[in-house]
Design a protein around this ligand. Structure first.
Ligand code: IPE
Ligand code: IPE
Ligand code: MG
Length: 246
């Protein structure tokens, strides 16, 4: 029987974020080149997106390319950028069919123009979709995001648009790439690595962390269900005591 039936649909995480890791090791284990690991990972993206929509998860954010990933061999970066273009083209229909709205976070201007063009095209075409917001983190780094937000806020203070006293959690939130997205409830990382790798440091302040050994291309819907069930068993206290939660 599928684990799906054990999920409490009334207690779904509002926002799931995934660090999709292990494509290279998946390929290496099979004696394949890394590019084939990345390609295979796109299938997991599709099945995960569809599973989240079907369950009723409102927000899914996928870490697809980090600011640090620019330091990979030129050819690998090129392959990943090309794969992005083909996947966006291929998945547009699936997004429309499932009423998924696409967003992107990160230093999008750094992406090759062709990728930007395809990305903006799909973002524009899906902007009225309401079932789920799918956010791709591309050329994304949390420190870069915080630096960027700090500059914008300082600029507003300098030009007397806001006063220093107005700076609070909410104002900072509104200057991050993720403005308008709720905080992350469940953060999943595949491939066995137990680190955050500069992903949404601010937004995961109270997220539940879930690490699985499974490489991203092997990540199936059952693995997602397992993560959600595990999440639902946890007590989120947000600093309070258990008694206070009753
Ligand atoms: C994740 O898989 C994809 C990206 C970071 C773009 P990796 O390419 O990091 O795979 P491993 O970690 O080398 O196995
Ligand atoms: C994090 O994975 C970035 C993405 C999944 C896009 P990495 O493979 O780049 O992270 P590190 O280098 O192992 O920390
Ligand atoms: Mg990796």
């Amino acid at each position: 029987m599928s684990l799906k039936t054990s999920i409490d649909l009334k207690k779904l995480p509002r926002h799931i974020a995934i660090i999709m890791d292990g494509n290279g090791r998946w390929a290496k284990e099979k004696g394949l080149i890394r590019a084939l690991g990345h390609e295979s990972g796109t299938t997991s993206v599709r099945t995960t997106v569809e599973a989240c929509v079907e369950l009723g998860v409102g927000n899914l954010t996928l870490f697809a390319f980090s600011t640090e990933n620019w330091n990979r061999p030129k050819l690998e970066v090129k392959t990943l950028m090309q794969l992005l273009i083909t996947s966006l083209r291929k998945e547009m229909n699936t997004m429309q069919k499932n009423s998924v709205q696409l967003k992107a976070i990160g230093n999008i201007n750094h992406l090759p123009e062709k990728v930007q063009k395809e990305l903006l095209h799909v973002i524009e075409a899906t902007k009225e979709n309401t079932k789920m917001i799918l956010t791709l983190a591309l050329s994304y780094g949390s420190r870069d995001e915080i630096v960027n937000a700090t500059r914008q806020i300082c600029d507003k203070v300098k030009n007397n648009i806001i006063s220093i006293e107005k700076i609070d959690d909410e104002l900072i939130n509104q200057h991050l790439y993720t403005r308008n997205l709720p905080d992350v409830d469940l953060l999943i990382r595949t491939s066995g690595e137990k680190r955050i790798s500069n992903f949404m440091l601010w937004q995961i302040a109270y997220a539940e962390l879930y690490f699985t050994e499974v490489f991203w291309p092997d990540f199936k819907n059952e693995n997602l269900y397992e993560a959600i069930i595990n999440y639902q068993k946890r007590e989120r206290r947000f600093g309070k005591t258990t008694d206070q939660l009753k």
